[in-house]
Design a protein around this ligand. Sequence first.
Ligand SMILES: Cc1ncc(COP(=O)(O)O)c(C=O)c1O
Length: 402
Amino acid sequence: MILSSHLSYRVLAAQEAQTLAISNKAKRLKKQGLDIVSLSVGEPDFDTPECAKQAALHAISQNFTHYTESDGIMELREAVANKFINDNDIKSVRQSTILISGGAKQCIYNVLNAICNEGDEVLIFAPYWVSYPAMVALTGATPIIIQASFEQVYKVTPLQLQAHLTINTKCVILNSPSNPTGIMYTEQEIRDLAAVLQDHDCFIISDEIYEKISFGDIKHFSPGAIESIAHRVITVNGVSKAYAMTGWRIGYMNAPEHVFKEASKVQGQSTSHPCSIAQKAALGALIGGDYDVENMRKAFSFRKQLVCDLLSTIPGIRFHIPDGAFYVFIELGSILADTGIEDDALFCSYLLDRFLLALVPGSAFGNPNSIRISFAASEQTLQKGILRLAEGISSLQNQKNV
Ligand SMILES: Cc1ncc(COP(=O)(O)O)c(C=O)c1O
């Protein structure tokens, strides 16, 4: 018998993605016929734009169904390079340093494997996207969490960043707009963080997957546009969220040449390249999808307002209005402590079991005593879901008062 002690200690130590576990359980219960409302998903509920679908169909009819270059097809790398130059003002971009991968997730995984050694530290800002700490730990490096509180609008300050830099800091991961908070850093805030990193020889991974989904006055800004640090910035993006193409699995990144070479090696020796047809679909989206992106953005903006209005009527919770992405991150205040529920994970189990509502606990994102609501759902579903949340909270409070 092979004991678990014989398995990889790095993989054994890694956490399973809690977000996937919850949405899988919700799907299972739905299949059993229960009227589940799931506001746990991290993907747009819109259809993939027609231009992307047509490009994929054309690729199939043209038998574009064999291996491609392992870094991705030339036309797509060219389109991505132009996107980074035109949209993000990243001047150092070359088509030759663009890597196309199976989602932004694989881009980040490739890069972390390309740059990290045991003993290295990678700074992650909490609340964080669930996969960052696990991916860092899988490389043998150590994730170092910098906690940004509700009071500081979930944004890490330059002073906090400075305090966590050590001789072992290999990399800092930035994510704006953020999953799970929807908060965006302003250009000035990013410049202030960059100023701290200016004299510290480390990489910066900028995860910009939600770039196209923003609502307010804050304009998306890429740290790769700051010339003094551009040679150390890896910019990651993809078509999943902007073009409602999560299942196609296409992400892309720009990296300094020496990092690109090693990340390309990791990909070439593991998955070779992403699906040939999906690469053509992504190219179709980048060329012709702007109109669809804007329509989806407007719909998300409307839903954001609806969700925030409904949530603001629930006593005992607080939240910041998101600047982007499609999440609201809710602080539960004293609700759990007052009603004897041990933690936010148990609170989410209670909501799912008793009120058929699936949400993700904040602890999955390194921020306990919170929950994340995804508003990538229809207005009717959102209304129903938030009503159930309100009922779940009030039922707890009533039990307490009996
Ligand atoms: C912050 C963040 N980065 C990266 C990803 C991965 O995106 P992709 O589908 O392109 O792998 C996600 C997906 O949820 C995300 O929320």
